[in-house]
Design a protein around this ligand. Structure first.
Ligand code: FES
Length: 108
């Protein structure tokens, strides 16, 4: 298996309705994950980019959250319509997409 240049983690955590932290799955993260997989297929990027579903990554209120390594870039409020742009600009172009970056306080 080739070592990917980028690894994308999509939070698909779910919680019961009314849970105080909410959950990315309740905000459409499964569609986001499917959009990443579809984009991976469309671009034939399997050897360069890995996409993995993940559990809670912390900033639930800002979800759906997507984390990209090796940079450790966290995106918040990601919709399936954003996925192609993340692919083009960040995963293939190397420039994180500023408009979706989680605030620096996420890492504080
Ligand atoms: S539920 Fe997705 S980051 Fe917590």
């Amino acid at each position: 298996m080739p070592r990917p240049q980028k690894h994308v983690f999509v939070c698909t955590q779910n919680r019961p309705p009314g849970h105080p932290r909410g959950a990315c799955a309740a905000k459409g993260s499964t569609e986001v994950l499917q959009a990443f997989w579809a984009e991976l297929q469309k671009r034939g990027a399997h050897e360069r980019v890995a996409v993995t579903y993940a559990g809670c990554m912390g900033p639930c209120e800002a979800g759906p959250n997507v984390l990209v390594y090796p940079e450790g870039v966290m995106y918040g409020g990601v919709a399936k319509a954003d996925v192609a742009e993340i692919f083009t600009q960040h995963l293939e172009g190397g420039e994180p997409l500023g408009r979706l970056l989680a605030p620096a306080t996420v890492w504080g």
